[in-house]
Design a protein. Structure first.
Lengths: 116, 116
């Protein structure tokens, strides 16, 4: 089944403890992206990647890192999480150049992160 | 900068009645426009998109959207609502003349509640 898989679904951590949220897609998509969803703010893009070893900042990249060493994986890294990073996170992928070329996004089921 | 406005936090409609979820946008140049739906505890799912061509776009689950360039709007519509349509709906835009090709800007979302 074609899908975007995120892990974990739920994560509670403490301020300053490094964490990684994994994202994997099995559709051979070039484009991958991370979003955070907050009430009243909708979805905001954190980082995106056009292909292996190609990443770029979205609208809210501060406090996050990403890497794209393989086409299928795009992990999101919080080196020193803070409470303002408590949010619902979504990974998404898209064929070709992504929404910039009119392609639709395929989303994972989300990761609810709480930073205490 | 590109932006999307969804002026209604919630729309309530009775089953069988027509529904409209509003979206207006601001971009430089011609837009790519998308609607996504989010069911509880799920990631977003693509509904439909406008790239070019006919102003009336048909999508999944009987939904359609009308692109109006003069009013910079892309309202989502359905002739007869179902209780199962109850969900959170997001409008998104990608402007063709943005500096970074693959940024997609989402609205804040509109919760659709369909009652019997």
């Amino acid at each position: 089944e074609a899908q975007v898989t995120q892990n974990p679904r739920y994560l509670i951590t403490v301020t300053g403890k490094k964490l990684t949220v994994t994202c994997s897609q099995n559709m051979n998509h070039e484009y991958m992206s991370w979003y955070r969803q907050d009430p009243g703010l909708g979805l905001r893009q954190i980082y995106y990647s056009m292909n292996v070893e190609v990443t770029d900042k979205g609208d809210v990249p501060e406090g996050y890192k990403v890497s794209r060493k393989e086409k299928r994986n795009f992990p999101l890294i919080l080196e020193s999480p803070s409470p303002n990073q408590t949010s619902l996170y979504f990974c998404a992928s898209s064929p070709g150049a992504g929404p910039g070329e009119g392609e639709k996004l395929f989303f994972g089921s989300g990761t609810q992160l709480s930073v205490l | 900068a590109q932006s999307v406005a969804q002026p209604e936090d919630q729309v309530n409609v009775a089953e069988g009645n027509p529904l409209t979820v509003k979206c207006t946008y601001s971009v430089s140049g011609n837009p790519y426009l998308f609607w996504y739906v989010q069911y509880p505890n799920r990631g977003l799912q693509f509904l439909l998109k406008y790239i070019t061509g006919d102003n009336l776009v048909k999508g999944s689950y009987g939904f359609e959207a009308e692109f109006n360039k003069s009013q910079t709007s892309f309202h989502l519509k359905k002739p007869s609502a179902l209780v199962s349509d109850s969900a959170l709906y997001f409008c998104a835009v990608r402007g063709l003349n943005t500096g970074t090709a693959s940024k997609l800007t989402f609205g804040t979302g509109t919760r659709l509640q369909v009652t019997l």
